[in-house]
Design a binder for this molecule. Structure first.
Ligand SMILES: Cc1ncc(COP(=O)(O)O)c(C=O)c1O
Length: 320
């Protein structure tokens, strides 16, 4: 199958030198947080292809899942609205007393939401599949998107990102790229791009939940499915997946002091990170760079700005 065309709702993002950080390595930031307003962040690149696929298959309802403050779900809701789909979210957790951050946007855009418990969430794929069958009887044609939009179709968005960066990487002899790993699709797409375009750059993924082994399996399986489906003439093996552990803290979405301090320091330089993904990843990158001789690296800013409002308390503590 040929690689499909994206819907082109996002705009191209700049690569910007981070000035003012007193370390030897030059850090460039791929500003994927600037690819749109409500759709800002990495999830939009994936949605470009997932929505294109849903349109091609003539579906009318997007079903997807994530935690209550999911950037992916918010992005899915915005794309769904723009392209005229219904949207149903299965969110892990509770709404809280007041809607805020991503959830507030989901609600404002009138997404249908079912809250599920963490133990139900383990069966999210089955729950979404059952729901799709249920609404089929009412004549709705569903398009089910897995957590984080991370499958062989969503990953194509990050193959595009690597294409956008290829010239810059070669011209500036960039040594490494760092990105967050939360459901694996971003890393998988970048890895596919690196192999297809034969780019000589280290690709470092900082895990923000689960374990390295879990994500190695997941990333490999996304890559293998993409290679199969789109007849890519490349090989990817376990050694190609280079993941960094040690920065999860107490768990997914739980910030810690050094991370929050990093967010505060980087914000002074004009870049806002958030506590779930980019804060942990940036902190992890800075620590990792201490053991490397890299001269130039790119940090992929994968967005997530709206979740800072749900972390108001933690962030207020470090900035006041
Ligand atoms: C802001 C942000 N950055 C990074 C990630 C991680 O990307 P991926 O899920 O493709 O591993 C996510 C989602 O999980 C995200 O919302």
């Amino acid at each position: 199958m040929k690689i499909p065309k994206p819907v082109k709702l996002i705009i191209k993002t700049p690569i910007q030198l981070l000035e003012g950080l007193k370390i030897k390595t030059r850090i460039y930031i791929k500003r994927d947080d600037l690819n749109g307003l409500l759709i800002s962040g990495n999830k939009a690149r994936k949605m470009e292809y997932l929505i294109a696929d849903a349109l091609k298959k003539r579906r009318d309802t997007i079903i997807t899942c994530g935690p209550v403050q999911s950037n992916h779900c918010r992005t899915a809701v915005v794309f769904a609205k723009y392209f005229g789909f219904h949207c149903h979210l299965f969110l892990r957790g509770e709404p809280g007393k007041r809607y805020q951050g991503n959830l507030l946007i989901d609600k404002l855009l009138d997404a249908k939401i079912t809250y599920i418990t963490p133990s139900q969430y383990k069966y999210r794929d089955e729950i979404m599949a059952e729901y799709a069958i249920k609404i089929k009887k009412l004549d709705f044609k569903s398009y089910v998107i897995p957590e984080g939009g991370s499958n062989e179709i969503g990953a194509l968005g990050y193959l595009d990102c690597m294409k956008e960066m290829a010239g810059f990487i070669k011209k500036n002899r960039v040594d490494a790229i760092y990105c967050a790993v939360g459901s694996g699709g971003t890393y998988a797409g970048l890895l596919l791009g690196k192999k297809l375009l034969k780019i000589n750059v280290a690709l470092k993924g900082v895990i923000i939940a689960d374990t390295v082994e879990y994500f190695k399996d997941k990333i490999l399986s996304i890559c293998e499915r993409a290679i199969d489906k789109f007849n890519m003439h490349i090989r990817i093996n376990r050694r190609d997946v280079d993941l960094i552990d040690g920065f999860v803290g107490k768990g997914y979405g739980i910030p810690y002091r050094e991370e929050l301090k990093t967010i505060k320091d980087i914000a002074k330089l004009g870049i806002i990170l958030e506590p779930v993904y980019t804060g942990k990843t940036f902190y992890g990158m800075l620590k990792n760079l201490r053991n490397k001789r890299y001269k130039k690296v790119i940090f992929i800013h994968t967005g997530g700005i709206f979740s800072i409002f749900a972390f108001n308390k933690d962030l207020t503590k470090v900035i006041s």
